[in-house]
Design a protein around this ligand. Structure first.
Ligand code: BG6
Length: 509
């Protein structure tokens, strides 16, 4: 049941940043319009730039208008909940002022000392901010029922060693149950629906295993390039940016066992078991199981898309991957030898995230089909975005004489629900944290487990400078070599759409 959150002050570090303006404030505004914020509530924006409260509020209006597109009549009332404090996050003295400001604010809104800290800052600041909050007494309960929580944005670590170190340090300042590592994919309605679809319907579970499933394919394709984030992305790449977090978490929702109950511990234990069961890569697997690519320049219907290496902030000799396709196995009774294929990339033909469950073909085929038909049946497609929904593709008799088979679709679209209102991922996750529900946040051990799985890949790419990175023209589905991950030569990735439209942003599904 959706609950109104408990009284508190939300402190956003990185308040003048892009994420705060584009995602956080609009999501909190949506919670406000749905009356899900507490009665006693304030937001304190914190960053280096000097603003008065009013100047900061004014700065937020444009993105509120753009992102919520809602009736503006509530904006002013909502903005009154927002305050601002400039601090140098590296300077201990500034935290003394922050504490005074928070105490005053708590009095103003007649709230107790519940604080939720949201770190929407560069990762290098996660440790110092947490440390200074602790040093200045802002992490401890001030009475029995009060709480302090911290949301930490991704990326959580850069590799296994840094993730372990970060966990270790943050645990010096906060207990694990106060730490909320955000992965916005888990806040997506369609990702959560994987669990509901699997576990509320009695008919999926008996088929959901190695006896009936041939392979699982997970795609997160983006048509955009790095869009001004070249400086960050060139030190990250698709493996760190998408695979380690969003896509391995999504795979875990597909692969997990039914949890004993809906509580955070039960669900997160099942997710952890999946990560523990992923077959580790041997060094010799890297080239055969993981394909990386980088987009090159292309001219699409008269529009030139620049090569990744020419993007602002990117090293002209960069070997950072903008595309990754990989094959992994989950060694347990349910999934033994079923390959999971996962791919993600920027500057692909469209923006689509989906999971394709390919069921095995009938053991004895008495009807005539052909490889083209076979490719289009026996599949369950879970569309995460856009066009959220579930598509079941199966074979049916062509009406009339004989027994010709044709592929047909049974398609559920969220948009067809008349009262549909898919909340943004951030809206859901922020509200959960306000209510102390960590179910959809990543646990420290799970984050380390995913880094551990990817460690041999990172090391191989780092140490073996000759290891291939394939160029792919912008607007294509990535390197051809990605199809070599399939054992069977007739199998390819699913191409959810083929036709690129003029602006290069969308294609027909
Ligand atoms: C972010 C990545 O975590 O997820 C971005 O840093 C990526 O590079 C984004 O574009 C994709 O999220 P979504 O919700 O648009 O699929």
């Amino acid at each position: 049941m959706i609950q109104q959150a408990h009284d508190h002050i939300l402190v956003i570090f990185g308040a003048s940043g892009d994420l705060t303006e584009r995602k956080l404030i609009p999501s909190i505004y949506n919670l406000y319009t749905k009356k899900l914020l507490p009665n006693k509530f304030a937001i304190l924006g914190v960053s280096r730039t000097e603003y008065s409260d009013d100047a900061y509020r004014d700065k937020l209006i444009a993105s509120l208008e753009k992102e919520t597109g809602k009736d503006k009549s509530h904006f002013q009332d909502f903005l009154k909940l927002i305050y601002y404090q400039a601090i140098n996050t590296q300077n201990s003295d500034d935290y003394a002022n922050l504490r005074i400001r928070l105490e005053k604010l708590a009095k103003t809104i007649e709230s107790s000392c519940n604080y939720l800290f949201y770190l929407s800052t560069p990762p290098s600041l996660y440790e110092p901010i947490s440390r200074f909050l602790k040093q200045h007494g802002m992490t401890e309960s001030c009475h029995e029922k009060s709480w302090k929580r911290i949301i930490i944005e991704k990326p959580f670590g850069y590799d296994l060693a840094s993730a372990i170190e970060l966990n270790h340090k943050i645990h010096d300042y906060f207990n694990e149950d106060q730490i909320y590592r955000i992965d916005h994919y888990l806040g997506k309605e369609t990702v959560q629906n994987i669990m509901v679809t699997r576990f509320v319907n009695g008919f999926f579970e008996p088929l959901w295993n190695r006896n009936f499933i041939d392979r699982v394919e997970i795609t997160a394709a983006e048509s955009l390039g790095v869009e001004g984030r070249g400086g960050y992305y060139d030190h990250s790449g698709a493996l760190r940016d998408m695979i380690q977090n969003h896509l391995l978490q999504t795979a875990a929702f597909i692969a997990m066992e039914p949890p004993a109950s809906l509580d955070a511990t039960s669900i997160r234990n099942e997710i952890m078991k999946v990560f523990q069961s992923i077959r580790p890569y041997k060094d010799s697997d890297i080239e055969t199981h993981v394909i990386r690519g980088q987009y090159t320049e292309s001219n699409l219907q008269g529009k030139v898309f620049s090569a990744y290496r020419n993007e602002q902030g990117v090293d002209p000799n960069s070997k950072t991957e903008t595309y990754v396709a990989l094959k992994l196995f989950i060694d347990n009774w349910r999934w033994g030898n079923v390959p999971f294929y996962i791919r993600t990339g920027k500057r692909l033909p469209t923006r689509v995230s989906e999971i394709a469950i390919h069921f095995k073909t009938a053991p004895h085929q008495i009807f005539y089909t052909n490889p083209e038909i076979d490719k289009q049946i026996n599949q369950l497609i879970i569309r995460i975005q856009p066009d959220e929904g579930i598509l079941f593709k199966f074979g049916m008799k062509v009406p009339g004489a004989g027994f010709m088979v044709q592929p047909v679709n049974m398609d559920f679209k969220y948009a067809d629900l008349s009262d549909v209102n898919i909340p943004s991922a951030y809206e859901r996750l922020i509200l959960d944290c306000m209510n102390g529900d960590a179910t959809l946040y990543s646990r420290g051990d799970a984050v380390e487990a995913t880094w551990k799985f990817l460690k041999p890949v990172q090391e191989a790419w780092e140490n073996n400078k000759d290891m291939k990175i394939f160029g792919y023209p912008s607007g294509t589905w990535g390197p051809e070599a990605a199809n070599e991950l399939f054992n069977d030569k007739n199998t390819t990735w699913r191409y959810p759409c083929k036709n690129l439209t003029n602006d290069g942003q969308y294609c027909e599904l």
